[in-house]
Design a protein around this ligand. Structure first.
Ligand code: MLT
Ligand code: MN
Ligand code: ZN
Length: 318
């Protein structure tokens, strides 16, 4: 399979529109060796197939599609390589792009204009579906456009497939992280608010464990990570108090569902226990994170640990 990193930043992107932290200001001024990033999303297609699966629909999706022509194979007047969308959570940075897919339609010669709305095939948990029909009623709004053909993701590891992409197999596990701030149950976390998903390519046997929002690595999560050829996980914050020390906000990383990379029990320590051959990648990187500065000491530490920092447009073959 081929994984394309459409966006590698956390909510807000990099630079964030209203932010003048060291990273955002340094990128704008050209004084920092770093790269701009859009909000986190990946696209996976099996070897030999044109169509694939979109993981999360970021507010930057239109720019991401333009930047990655493989998502627009141009086989018909209206076309897309996106066979379906899988949501890892209901956060704004992962679902707002669904509105941008509202024009989906199919040929319908019997109708005036010859086309009819074509509901978007979408997989998410019940907890996320509830948020997307209540606190942030994306599904109800899209009902007035193309509509959503929603499929439930089971939390017990039952594998699922996306029609049109038969070579890929998906298995989800609930994660300790956080529902979106608008969620009616933000402070009463439900299993399924956030997912980790293992994607297996049946032909190559390649396996990816993907978890862009992850607050704690339980034995079950570590087991899933250990069984993958590549892990692409939460790279939001370097330290637990990063928002506070940069003056960006009062929240601690763990309290808003993100395990920091550095320090005791941090993501780098977890990754060091993985098999040496495992490819280790960080995604969903917040604009305050010092690893975005390619000349920083934290970035050097990440590189020494054999861990890669995702960039927009990056491809991974498994
Ligand atoms: C998060 O994952 O915590 C989000 O990126 C926050 C947000 O979307 O503002
Ligand atoms: Mn996010
Ligand atoms: Zn910033």
């Amino acid at each position: 399979m081929r994984i394309t990193v459409l966006g590698s930043a956390a909510g807000g992107g990099f630079p964030q529109w209203n932010c003048n932290c060291r990273n955002c200001a340094g990128l704008r001024a050209g004084t920092l060796r770093t790269k701009a990033r859009t909000q986190s999303s990946i696209f996976i297609r099996p070897d030999g197939g044109a169509d694939g699966v979109l993981f999360n629909a970021s507010p930057d999706i239109l720019a991401q599609i333009r930047a990655n022509p493989e998502l627009q194979p141009g086989r018909a007047l209206r076309d897309s390589a996106i066979a379906g969308v899988v949501l890892m959570d209901g956060q704004i940075d992962h679902v707002t792009g669904l509105f941008m897919l509202r024009e989906r339609s199919r040929p319908a010669p019997e109708r005036p204009g010859g086309r009819a709305p074509d509901p978007l095939p979408l997989w998410c948990t019940d907890a996320v579906a509830e948020d997307l029909t209540t606190g942030h009623p994306v599904f109800r709004v899209l009902g007035h456009y193309c509509g959503v053909d929603r499929h439930a993701i089971a939390l017990d590891g039952t594998p699922f497939e996306v029609p049109g992409v038969p070579d890929l197999l998906f298995r989800a596990m609930p994660l300790d992280s956080k529902a979106a701030p608008y969620s009616p149950h933000r402070e009463r976390g439900e299993p399924g608010d956030n997912l980790g998903i293992t994607v297996t390519d049946r032909r190559s046997g390649g396996r990816l464990f993907y978890a862009p929002g992850l607050a704690a690595v339980t034995p079950a999560v570590f087991d899933a990570m250990s069984n993958a050829d590549a892990v692409m996980v939460d790279g939001t914050f370097w330290t637990d108090d990063e928002m506070i020390t940069t003056g960006a906000g009062p929240q601690r990383a763990r309290a808003i569902g993100h395990l920091p990379q550095s320090g005791e029990g941090g993501m780098l320590e977890v990754m060091a226990r993985l098999p040496a051959a495992t490819r280790k990648l960080l995604i969903h990187i917040n604009n305050t994170n010092p690893i975005l500065d390619e000349d920083s000491a934290p970035r050097a530490e990440v590189a020494r640990a054999g861990v890669e920092v995702c960039e927009d447009g990056m491809h991974i073959e498994l």
